[in-house]
Design a protein around this ligand. Structure first.
Ligand SMILES: Cc1cc2nc3c(=O)[nH]c(=O)nc-3n(C[C@H](O)[C@H](O)[C@H](O)COP(=O)(O)OP(=O)(O)OC[C@H]3O[C@@H](n4cnc5c(N)ncnc54)[C@H](O)[C@@H]3O)c2cc1C
Length: 528
């Protein structure tokens, strides 16, 4: 019998395994694909061109987890470009948000003196609020019915720092959470491109539009992760795959066994004394504890025998929302495209995220198509050109472009993704050629990943990039389900550690670290 079997070698599964090994346990990681990494992988998309296949930036990765696992010693090099985001505007100037707030405010002056003046307050307010919310990320959400003393203590500490916010920011925090992100953006800025820049973070990866209630929560969580409402394109040299390869090495060095091409086909409880996994090849392995890095729907609707579950729990799980709306198009380019309106400084301005979606109305209309079962012909795009900061990814002078395409719904009303995927790829290249007319002739290779591919190739049920919607009803104490937000599950000895748990998706390592803490706690309790 193994100590712990981790089902899935995504970054959270690997982080959990590292912590478990550090606590003296002997974990075994079973990954269904031929490589570990889950959503954080870098692959060759064309001979000589390596691209972040799925995620193109890290969440950012938790500094505490990084320090605990001594990630710095692995030689991993984090990259933080000078620009956070450039919004491509077909009708006027394209604003760039830089890491440096003063530089951003200066560059906004010609676009709108009023917005340039508001920007500093916007940045400091989100930074302050982010600092108060940050401890939430590493906290196990409290139980609702009988919160333990430790849980109350953590909440008390959070309450104290909330009081330290001051009246204005405290009121802002309370008001913003349930608000539509379009309203929040309009409170700060008059320029549509800036409003769209702010709103995009609230809807990123979500089956929601800027006018959906609660979309501001995405912004607050973003601020909790790195102190800013606008996401950076922080990544690592070698792409996100280098991070997960480094985590796998640390895990192995600590005694973790990792098996790839080892798909778990079923989970069975063993008389309340642990659990057993059945592999796709028929092998059976038992462990004192199982930790699933797969999403909650895969774990409970595909792997667990329904007879092992309470019908009430099953029903709630069936209502867990995880229908994705993101596709990915990755391009291998023989050179850097010439985006209209960006001149000598284009390499720097393009080094962050590049947004197509210059107005709130554009983002709103992009969602409409998905709402009615089709992909948007004018989608919101979040693009990076990682080779600008990391030339090791491509041949000299060449580039890779990683394009997050939203909205592309998992379920299409007309046709299916097998027949319509390449059609979407053509549409994206055509759309981007309006901004960079030389793009088409630079494309030497292309990869299109549809929501169906996300499910079938990358194991994401419903094709949801975050293992489930990150809306208020699936947040904190409600993630994945109310009563089951402490990484434990109704199957004794089975835990969850993936993005379907608090604090949710993005490459932060926090779900894995939090889950490991609870598992170690249970092991110690059992021992005593
Ligand atoms: C297209 C896309 C774009 C994204 N963009 C960003 C971004 O820019 N920035 C960011 O921070 N985040 C981004 N994300 C989100 C981020 O990738 C996820 O939040 C993150 O990968 C979740 O990590 P995880 O370890 O919890 O799960 P995953 O990375 O999904 O890993 C789960 C692992 O479990 C394995 N598995 C599943 N079922 C089984 C089974 N039955 N047996 C064995 N193994 C199994 C899977 O193969 C996978 O390796 C993006 C995701 C996608 C898909």
């Amino acid at each position: 019998m193994h100590d712990v079997i981790v089902i899935g070698g995504g970054h959270n599964g690997l982080v959990a395994a590292c912590y478990l090994a550090k606590a003296g346990l002997k974990p075994l990681v079973l990954e269904r694909r031929e490589q570990v990494g889950g959503g954080a992988i870098t692959e060759e998309i064309h001979p000589g061109f390596r691209c972040p296949t799925l995620a193109h930036a890290t969440g950012p990765f938790s500094q505490k987890v990084s320090a605990d696992l001594d990630l710095a010693r692995s030689g991993l090099e984090f990259i933080k470009p000078a620009a956070r985001l450039t919004v491509l505007n077909p009708n006027g100037p394209s604003p760039t948000i830089y890491e440096d707030a003063a530089r951003t405010a200066d560059s906004l002056k010609p676009i709108s003196p009023a917005d340039a003046a508001s920007y500093a307050d916007f940045v400091t307010s989100f930074a302050r609020i982010g600092r108060v919310l940050a401890p939430l990320l590493s906290m196990t959400p409290p139980t609702i019915e009988k919160p333990a003393a430790g849980e109350l203590w953590n909440l008390g500490k959070l309450g104290l720092s909330f009081r330290g916010l001051g009246k204005q920011d405290a009121f802002r925090l309370l008001r913003w959470g349930p608000m539509a992100v379009a309203d929040l953006a309009a409170e700060w800025f008059e320029t549509e491109t800036l409003r769209a820049a702010v709103a995009a973070r609230g809807i990123y990866g979500a089956f929601a539009e800027p006018w959906s209630a609660g979309t501001s929560t995405g912004l607050l969580m973003q601020a909790a992760r790195d102190g800013s409402a606008i996401a950076s394109s922080t990544s690592v040299k070698g792409g996100p795959g280098a991070l997960t390869q480094a985590l796998a090495k640390i895990a192995r060095d600590r005694g973790v066994e990792i098996r790839t091409s080892a798909e778990v086909a079923g989970i069975r409880s063993v008389n309340g004394q642990g659990a057993k996994v059945v592999l796709a090849n028929g092998d059976e392995l038992t462990a004192r504890a199982l930790v699933s890095n797969a999403d909650p729907r895969t774990t409970f609707l595909k792997l667990v025998d329904p007879l092992d579950l309470d019908p009430n729990f099953l029903l709630k799980l069936q209502n867990y929302r995880a229908s994705g709306c993101v596709a990915k198009v990755n391009l291998a380019l023989s050179g850097l495209p010439s985006f209209a309106g960006l001149n000598d400084d284009r390499a720097e301005r393009l080094s962050g995220r590049i947004q197509v979606g210059h107005e709130i109305d554009y983002l709103e209309r992009a969602f409409d198509a998905a709402k009615y079962g089709d992909y948007s012909t004018h989608p919101y795009l979040d693009i990076t050109i990682p080779s600008l900061s990391d030339p090791s990814l491509t041949p000299p002078g060449a580039h890779v472009m990683s394009i997050h395409v939203q909205y592309a719904p998992y379920k299409l009303k007309q046709g299916d993704w097998n027949s319509r995927g390449e059609e979407l790829g053509d549409l994206i290249v055509d759309l981007l050629s309006d901004f960079a007319p030389d793009l088409k002739q630079l494309v030497v290779g292309r990869q299109v990943i549809t929501p169906m591919d996300l499910e079938h190739i990358y194991g994401l049920n419903g094709g949801h990039i975050f293992h489930g919607e990150q809306a208020l009803d699936q947040f904190f104490m409600f993630r994945p389900l109310i009563g089951w937000a402490q990484y434990r599950t109704p199957i004794k000895g089975l835990y969850l550690c993936g993005a379907g748990t608090h604090p949710g998706g993005e490459i932060t390592g926090q779900c894995g670290a939090n889950a490991a803490r609870e598992i170690i706690h249970d092991f110690r309790k059992r021992k005593t």
